[in-house]
Design a protein around this ligand. Structure first.
Ligand code: F6R
Length: 609
């Protein structure tokens, strides 16, 4: 999605914006631009394609100036082109804006502004804002911006500069993320904290319909009526180098390898002894409220949705609460029935995914209590939730979510175990066994990472094929769906995750020697059935990669290639099966020479519906 960065101070604004934009690269983009104010004029530079094109352009001709705004664009309205890249400039050439979000009523505003003599140069929704600010500008940039956003419907975070106000940067948001970074004699704006973490660890997190007037000396926050707002400084909790690749070739690889440590962080303070009840901070629910729950609705997008499916399974299995899991983009459409004592659990790494935020608002509006499972602290979803349980993964930069998925699954497991303990709905011996397995999970994860070379060998065998099935049953069905998503998004191999039980109802028609099947067949309730399903694939000459417990000669004897995992109780096995499937996707994409951290068409944080 689009990323914005802005700077006002005494250093080169273009360089600081460019560095910030590089840190937002992971969000996905197709073009970029920077505008600065210098000697009472605006100077704008735009490039299509990779940010390295902007590096080259600035090396060739510098863009001096100490006030500037930058943008990476992910096309929504109008194809990627220089004209459609931000910053967009007003008709009189004095005002420049960068925008993240979608302006829904831009069509009618555009017609109206054209009628008033304003001249449009792009097909974007954003450009209306540049002309609107010009229309309302009478010397006070903040006043003009506030007046302009009152005409807008939709979602936005804007950074605005004006050639006539060389000492001011104005930012405003509604529904799209925005932070203001605080420095000494210099200040910043960005659409996420990571973009400016190298510069400062102190930020204001801006809320809907709040405006920031930023100068070199300070920041004034107001609402749209101009009333001053007090805001606590938020201290970014990770070090400046947390978002560096270190010795790893790709962020995705680094993040896969961070999982043992991240699992320890997720368990810390929550579970230390299998004989003691676990604690889940952030839930913000009393035991009576947990006991009174009648329904739990998980909702999320993509990878986080798959974690929600694990949550649904465990919540019913262990805590005996009727549970559902909906794609956030679909939840509102089906107009779900919210009973008294319904808990909604939105799950989101970024905490900014627009569909998930909309689903949360809808469920709250219907009377559900909303406790979110999140990674990024102080996100939009966190601020609108009744409680927030943090997965403690640290920054995730790779577009393909890996450590966040594992920790979302771990948090789902902790939540279901906690509810089961409080409600007394599961055999204490089973709960003890699962807690003991969770405590060992960081060691299992480390062991799985040591086996990376074996996964590379499997990847080398199959990476040239074009199609794949990922099959599983029961609690590992989401593992199959997630394995398939990981593969398709970074390697572009067409992959589908299915219940193995569904194969005979249609998909088995596709099985042939050119389509490989990854079959998750760890020991447990569905193991025997998985053996039968593997045989059905083999009988139709389909190559099978088995994912099975160490020493399982039955699966080992049937599959064409094997990925071994340490045996754990089936209910926590989605945690062990996830890691090798992440590695398999990574190494297949690597063999194919794909750009793993910046897969085509994808954005890390999807801030539009
Ligand atoms: C896939 C992936 C996406 C996200 C989805 C939700 O690897 O990362 O499917 O899981 O866009 O994002 P969050 O969790 O930030 O709400």
């Amino acid at each position: 999605m689009c990323g914005i960065v802005g700077y006002i101070g005494s250093r080169s604004a273009a360089q600081i914006c460019l560095e910030g934009l590089h840190r937002l690269e992971y969000r996905g983009y197709d073009s970029a631009g920077i505008a600065v104010v210098r000697d009472g004029e605006l100077d704008v530079r735009k490039v299509v394609g990779k940010l390295s094109n902007m590096d080259a352009s600035l090396r060739e001709t510098a863009l001096p100036g100490t006030l500037g705004i930058g943008h990476t664009r992910w096309a929504t309205h109008g194809k990627p082109s220089v004209e459609n890249s931000h910053p967009h400039v007003s008709t009189n050439g004095r005002i420049a804006v960068v925008h993240n979000g979608i302006i829904e009523n831009y069509g009618e505003l555009r017609e109206q502004l054209i009628g008033e003599g304003f001249v449009f140069k792009s097909q974007t929704d954003t450009e209306v804002m540049a002309h609107l600010v010009e229309k309302y500008y009478a010397g006070d940039l903040r006043v003009a911006v506030v007046r302009a956003v009152q005409d807008l419907q939709g979602a936005f975070a804007f950074g605005v500069i004006c050639a006539d106000n060389p000492d001011q940067l104005v930012a405003v948001r509604r529904f799209s993320p925005l932070v203001v970074g605080l420095g000494e004699g210099e200040n910043y704006i960005a659409s996420d904290m990571g973009a400016i973490r190298q510069e400062t660890d102190r930020v204001y997190v801006i809320d809907d319909d709040e405006v920031a007037l930023i100068t070199r000396e300070g920041v004034e926050l107001t609402d749209l009526e101009g009333n001053p707002l007090e805001r606590e400084v938020f201290v970014i909790p990770w070090p400046a180098d947390a978002a560096e690749k270190g010795p790893h070739k790709k962020f995705m690889h680094k993040e896969i390898h961070e999982q043992p440590e991240a699992m320890r962080a997720c368990l810390a303070g929550r579970l230390s002894d299998p004989d003691k009840p676990l604690q889940l901070d952030g839930l913000n629910m009393t035991e009576a409220e947990i006991k009174g729950l009648k329904k739990v609705v998980f909702t999320a997008c993509g990878t986080a949705y798959h974690a929600g499916l694990v949550g649904r399974f465990l919540m019913e299995y262990l805590a005996k609460i009727p549970a559902e899991c909906d794609l956030a983009a679909e939840l509102r459409a089906r107009n779900p029935v919210v009973l008294d004592n319904t808990l909604c659990v939105p799950i989101s790494q970024s905490g900014e995914t627009a569909d998930t935020l909309v689903a949360l608002r809808d469920m709250k509006g219907k009377g559900a209590r909303c406790v979110s499972v999140l990674n990024v602290v102080d996100s939009s979803i966190a601020r609108e939730s009744d409680g927030a349980v943090y997965i403690q993964a640290g920054p995730e930069i790779g577009v393909a979510s890996t450590k966040a998925y594992s920790l979302q699954v771990m948090t789902m497991t902790l939540m279901a175990l906690h509810f089961a303990e409080v409600r007394g709905t599961a055999d204490p011996a089973l709960l003890r066994e699962l807690k003991a397995a969770l405590l060992k999970m960081p060691e299992y994860a480390a062991e799985l990472l040591k086996r990376e070379d074996d996964v590379i060998e499997v990847a080398k065998q199959y990476y040239q094929l074009k199609d794949a099935f990922y099959l599983a049953r029961g609690v590992n069905l989401p593992s199959a769906m997630e394995g398939a998503l990981k593969l398709k998004e970074i390697s572009y191999i067409h992959a589908e995750g299915y219940s193995a039980g569904e194969m005979k109802h249609g998909p088995i028609a596709l099985v042939c020697p050119e389509l490989f099947t990854v079959a998750i067949a760890v020991h447990g309730d569905v193991y025997e059935k998985m053996i039968g399903n593997i045989q059905e694939i083999k009988a139709r000459s389909g190559p099978v990669i088995g994912v099975a417990d160490d020493g399982d000669d039955v699966i080992g004897g049937q599959a064409d290639a094997m990925i071994w995992v340490p045996p754990v109780p089936e209910l926590v096995s989605p945690l062990t099966t996830a890691i090798p499937l992440q590695l398999l996707a990574y190494h297949m994409a690597d063999q194919r020479g794909e750009d793993i951290d910046q897969p085509r068409n994808l954005a890390k944080t999807v801030t539009v519906e």
